[in-house]
Design a binder for this molecule. Structure first.
Ligand code: MG
Length: 188
């Protein structure tokens, strides 16, 4: 039995929402900003994006949730455990080791690309995966699954997650997320 039919036979056919971490769900600063941080991870002063708990609690009713960051696995796991919605758990927590390094030789820059073919192997249909990220380059191989958010740098008045939640509510029952034009979701 392949992974897809195994998920189906287990009655686990909910769509998957993968979330980036840094500048999408939280901001990790080197020092406190204009207010005390929410918690520490290693040397980082971590700020939850405003409305994060409500956002995660709501979307966990509709989607399987997973975390995929290009940060170090230990930090990513620690953050994911701190923000996990009550009564829910992440389908997976992946860090940089699951990304595909793509080197730009001319500027000596490495981009850590998140390639959804690795998620497909878990049994998820690509038509039923959404990926929320603040970085377009990280999802260059699967832009049809992407919903881009404005990066979060600790602004206490940030209001990105409530409209994102409403947008997800409006498309969550679609049969093929990749057929939906999502680049202009802010205007929804
Ligand atoms: Mg990010």
């Amino acid at each position: 039995m392949n992974a897809a039919s195994r998920r189906e036979s287990e009655g686990d056919d909910r769509p998957l929402l993968i979330l980036d971490v840094d500048e999408t769900l939280i901001y990790g600063a080197d020092a406190d900003l204009d207010r005390p941080c929410d918690f520490f991870i290693g040397i980082y002063h971590v700020y939850r994006r405003p409305h994060l708990a409500e956002f995660l609690a709501t979307v966990s009713e509709w989607f399987d949730l997973a975390i995929w960051s290009s940060g170090g696995a230990d930090d990513v796991t620690a953050i994911a455990e701190r923000i996990c919605p009550p009564g829910s758990c992440w389908k997976f927590i992946w860090g940089r080791e699951r990304c595909t390094p793509r080197t730009y030789f001319n500027c000596k820059f490495v981009e850590y690309v998140k390639d959804l073919k690795k998620v497909k192997r878990l049994g998820y249909n690509l038509n039923q995966i959404l990926f929320v990220d603040d970085s377009e380059n990280k999802l260059c191989r699967n832009f049809g699954n992407a919903i881009y958010v404005r990066p979060y740098f600790g602004d206490a008045s940030d209001n990105e997650l409530p409209p994102l939640c409403r947008y997800l509510a409006s498309i969550r029952e679609a049969t093929d997320y990749r057929a939906i034009e999502k680049r202009y979701w802010h205007n929804h």
